[in-house]
Design a protein around this ligand. Structure first.
Ligand code: ACM
Length: 539
């Protein structure tokens, strides 16, 4: 199957190259390129298998991109690649244009039904001096594959005898697919609000490292950040402030849809979280009828947790939750709805369990799969629901015993808001200090004995008590989020800190070009780049 689809692609390419060669005499280009381990230099996450050959593919103004024409989403992937190549090299590569004078090399993004590409995110790359062929079963796999192509393109053109600028990609073959189906980051937009523009930049960075999920923590004690049309005070009152007392903010449903669409164009799913029955002060200030802690709720700008709860025995609370889940689910195409469920310290245990079981039914009514922080494992819930392991192994194991899947976010290893060390400018350290190597050097596959077959994937949460703008977000998230991308894509046998840290060092030119204010971990010998922060426009 692989051979036949490869053969089909090769024939198409041969025709393209033959016709263009008939029309023109080729310009002579000199590519002296050593045999290079494709993965050794830049690729994060490290692919499953790379087979280098000796030679170079010349990416230049005589290169064009072609895609399968009748496969859903493939042309969009080709156009996305062309746009990113333009941003990096200033080359304007045509996509699916029939007659291109002087065409010399092609990138062909091919839909293949090969059984080896059964995983919808799997892809194979065949790079020869004339062509880059990317095979995948779906546009999602093709999108992951073009991230590999982007990473293989050097930041600067090389010095050849040719008259034009050439970016040389080493030749060889890459066979790749992810280990885990859920590869996420989380952003807390409740403690501090982040604009649509900031969220989009974060999505762009996650996409480059093959993340497929962004979980938005949309509500907490300090703020309610998503418009609910049937309960308007949630945002006008509950969204009016944030930690530290500045004006907060919220996404209108149109803005949220814009984020969802932007993420979907990058094959990233948005997971909305409405945290309850605790972490609900902002909702109860907006509508005091929801409140169950016996006190008059007031807007809260501090950082303590565990003081709020909904009144879990009141029907109005479930009418409210039905409206919220209905409105958010209607604008969330992804399969998940996260109900929070953590740190409900002032909810009685029986009330908590009663609540989670009722809310699960509401989530199912709107055709979503429920995720909740690991405490939900105490309730009698369905095997289709997902435990989000952050702290309590016993709770996660209770979920496992019900046949539930688990998302791994142990705070001691995977929380992006933990400080790197005691000198870190932002962040907390209640769970641990997490330097760049500690973030990488653990195995979600075996952590705390959660069985591998139950692990849906890995998520790196970024809580925002101590950060209030994109630069601070970037300081905590990068470089650690890059390591989590490798932990969730690449198998344990294929990971190695010494090898990874060299590839991480080579991310500096990309991060600088993207104007990312990453933490310059002293553990990494960061590659120098020609970019400075100020040269880049922020769009
Ligand atoms: C959590 O950190 N409270 C999930």
């Amino acid at each position: 199957m692989i051979k036949s689809s490869f053969f089909k692609s090769t024939c198409i390419l041969a025709m393209i190259i033959f016709f263009s060669a008939c029309k023109q005499e080729k310009k002579k280009r000199v590519i002296n390129f050593p045999k290079t381990d494709l993965a050794a230099e830049n690729l994060i996450p490290k692919p499953l298998k790379t087979i280098p050959t000796q030679g170079g593919f010349a990416l230049d103004e005589y290169t064009a991109i072609y895609t399968s024409s009748n496969a859903t989403g493939f042309e969009a992937v080709g156009k996305f690649l062309s746009k990113k190549i333009k941003e990096k090299t200033d080359l304007d590569l045509q996509v699916n244009v029939d007659e291109i004078p002087n065409l010399e090399t092609v990138i062909y993004i091919n839909q293949s039904d090969s059984v080896a590409l059964g995983n919808s995110e799997a892809y194979q790359l065949y790079i020869t001096p004339d062509s880059v062929i990317l095979n995948s079963n779906s546009a999602e796999g093709a999108f992951r594959g073009i991230q590999t192509i982007r990473q293989l393109i050097p930041e600067t053109s090389n010095d050849t005898l040719a008259t034009n600028k050439i970016w040389t990609i080493p030749t060889g073959k890459i066979i790749d697919e992810p280990q885990f189906e859920y590869r996420g980051a989380m952003l807390d937009v409740a403690r501090h609000f982040f604009s649509v523009k900031d969220v989009k930049k974060f999505i762009d960075l996650l996409a480059y490292y093959k993340y497929n999920t962004l979980h938005l923590h949309l509500t907490d004690d300090q703020g309610w950040r998503i418009e609910i049309k049937s309960w308007p005070l949630l945002t006008t009152v509950g969204g009016s402030t944030e930690v530290g007392g500045e004006a907060g903010g919220f996404y209108t449903q149109e803005e949220y849809k814009d984020i969802v669409t932007y993420a979907a164009e990058r094959h990233i799913v948005i997971v909305p979280e409405v945290d309850m029955p605790g972490h609900t002060n902002a909702a109860s200030v907006s509508y005091p009828i929801l409140n169950g802690n016996g006190k008059t709720p007031q807007l809260y700008e501090g950082t303590q947790v565990g003081k709020s709860t909904f009144d879990t025995r009141k029907d109005t609370v479930y009418t409210f939750i039905d409206d919220v889940v209905r409105e958010i689910s209607a604008i969330t195409p992804g399969p998940y709805f996260h109900i929070g469920g953590d740190e409900s310290h002032v909810t009685k245990k029986n009330d908590y369990i009663y609540f989670v079981e009722k809310v699960e039914k509401i989530v199912h009514k709107y055709n979503k799969r429920m995720i909740g922080w690991d405490e939900i494992g105490q309730a009698n819930i369905d095997a289709s629901s997902i435990s989000h392991f952050w702290s309590n192994k016993d709770n996660a194991m209770k979920a496992v015993s019900k046949g539930m899947k688990v998302i791994m976010s142990p705070a001691k290893k995977a929380y992006l808001d933990m400080q790197y060390d005691s000198l870190s400018k932002h962040g907390l350290h209640w769970a641990a200090y997490i330097p760049t190597d500690t973030a990488y050097n653990w195995a979600p596959e075996t952590y705390e004995g959660i069985p591998l077959k139950n692990i849906l994937g890995l998520e790196a949460p970024l809580w925002s008590e101590t950060i209030s703008n994109i630069e601070e977000l970037e300081y905590l998230a990068f470089p650690r989020a890059i390591g989590y991308a490798e932990l969730s894509w690449t198998t344990e046998e294929n990971r190695n800190w010494e090898n990874y840290k060299k590839r991480l060092a080579n991310q500096a030119p990309f991060l600088d070009r993207m104007n990312v204010k990453y933490y310059h971990s002293p553990l990494i010998d960061w590659k120098k780049s020609k970019y400075t922060f100020t040269e880049i426009e922020k769009d």
